[in-house]
Design a protein around this ligand. Sequence first.
Ligand code: GLN
Length: 279
Amino acid sequence: MTYREAYDRGSLELKAAEITDFNNDARLLLEYVCKTDRTTLLAYGDREISEDEEAKYFALLKKRAGHVPLQHLTGIQGFMGLDFCVNENVLVPRPDTETLVEEVLRELHDGMSILDMCTGSGCILLSLLNYSNDCVGVGADISEKALEVAKENAKRLGIDADFIESNLFENVEGVFDIIVSNPPYIRTCEIEELMPEVRDHDPFIALNGKEDGVSFYREIIRDAGEHLKGGGFLAFEIGCDQGKTVSDMMKDAGYKDVEVFKDLGGLDRVVKGRKKFNV
Ligand code: GLN
């Protein structure tokens, strides 16, 4: 079977299984199995794939047709131009979260300290450290298994960062220039309605924002002040309907310059505010 035939059959199988990006996913799985890239697949469509590759490709297609996320099959998700390892123990990094990283990068200066609360795969913290100089960072997460992934990512990217197992601020020590967080924010009753890739494969604890969806913002805002320097920034990713609620929570807690930013889809996605200087 040639690249071209494999790709065409793969696309058809995924289309029949109602996978939204069937062409894209078939191509990426073929590239993954054949350890090649898009240009080679296109330029050498009549190149034969081996029997082993064929067997592996069709086994993966079957899983993808069963709505296993592409990223769980390849083990990798790109984020902020970096490759992150992912598995079933971490939320797959989302393009929307790049909006949060970009907003924080505007405030991040050489030598600052960062706390990433609910770090998951570590994608936010490690991107911030990668694109800054001499900054130090701590990633906190309640899940030991998620932290294993974050540590692996730090190692692979050659970035120094500390990771601590902590239920929110329970084991966090010290004060930081910036606290950033993409906490779980889906209302429990809405999780059922999510696409199967997310509902059945992202960790439930990484999605579940409890009854009103904003429970983690409430708790983080309540305790962040103790760990934030005067003038330091607290920045959140939010659900697109949570901008007003979360910015009001921050204003009520005394934060200044509270702003809501939109993602590339034009939806509210980030809330950022500054802690008052201690006088
Ligand atoms: N911080 C990680 C991310 O943004 C994990 C977030 C989470 O588990 N809710 O991808």
